[in-house]
Design a protein around this ligand. Structure first.
Ligand SMILES: [Zn+2]
Length: 252
């Protein structure tokens, strides 16, 4: 029975390790949210300065923006690495070389990092916001695409509608997110759903991840991302033929 107890010990170790990496990722999230807020503020200030034709300051601000964006990307990548290592770690017979484990994960995630696409979109958004001050409606030089709105995925929101209540994520009073699949729900709706469904699989169509009450949470980063989604929605034309419920909520 040695192998069973070894497996149990291993299971305990990987569980403890996962708890530790989860705690790290949670602790890192307010930092990421703060940097993101700072980046948004810098963009707003740059736009104001551009209005007053203070081009030199705008240029300096863009340099600082790029630098902070690099830090933001590093923080995101580090969190992603921690999360992924925590999810996949299995103790073997030999002692684990954690340094190697992290390094491998860093190079693996660098190849398909969504954070790179996100920061590229954020820099583009900065440049376009500044450009639009004096050149609204004209395409920015060197850019072929005309769409200036960041997609919800680039912002970090993977579903724009709560799969249970059908409400738009931007209209939710209490949004929560699954730490496992990153899907966002209406808090009361998902709590009710978890009570009624013993299997507790994520209700987003095609998502195989199970739901755990203690891993469906709201964090500052989610609020920042939803706020960004809201302002990016303002820039898009409302599709016709869709009833607008948002006006009802505007009163309070
Ligand atoms: Zn899901």
């Amino acid at each position: 029975m040695a192998s069973t107890s070894a497996a149990r010990r291993g299971g305990g170790a990987s569980m403890r390790f996962k708890n530790a990496t989860d705690a790290f990722v949670s602790d890192n999230r307010p930092l990421i949210a703060d940097i993101r807020k700072a980046l948004n503020t810098m963009r707003e200030i740059a736009v104001e300065m551009e209005r007053f034709n203070r081009s030199e300051e705008v240029r300096e601000l863009e340099d600082a923006f790029v630098e902070l964006l690099g830090t933001y990307e590093e923080c995101m990548n580090f969190s992603n690495v921690m999360e992924s290592v925590g999810n996949n770690y299995q103790p073997g017979l030999e002692l684990t070389d954690f340094n190697k484990l992290f390094k491998n994960e860093v190079s693996r995630l660098k190849c398909n990092a969504s954070s790179n696409r996100q920061t590229a979109a954020m820099l583009r958004q900065f440049k376009e916001a500044v450009w639009n001050v004096h050149h609204s409606g004209q395409p920015m030089p060197g850019e072929e695409q005309e769409d200036i709105v960041m997609t919800s995925t680039q912002i970090g929101i993977s579903n724009t509608v709560c799969p249970i209540s059908g409400k738009s994520i931007t209209d939710l009073a209490e949004p929560v997110r699954s730490m496992d699949c990153k899907h966002v729900y209406d808090k009361s709706a998902i709590l009710h759903f978890m009570k009624k469904n013993p299997t507790k699989k994520c209700p987003v169509a095609g998502c195989p991840k199970p739901l755990q009450a203690n891993r469906v949470v709201c964090d500052t980063l989610l609020h920042v991302e939803i706020e960004e989604l809201r302002s990016s929605n303002k820039n898009t034309v409302e599709p016709e033929g869709i009833e607008d419920f948002t006006a009802l909520d505007d009163e309070d």
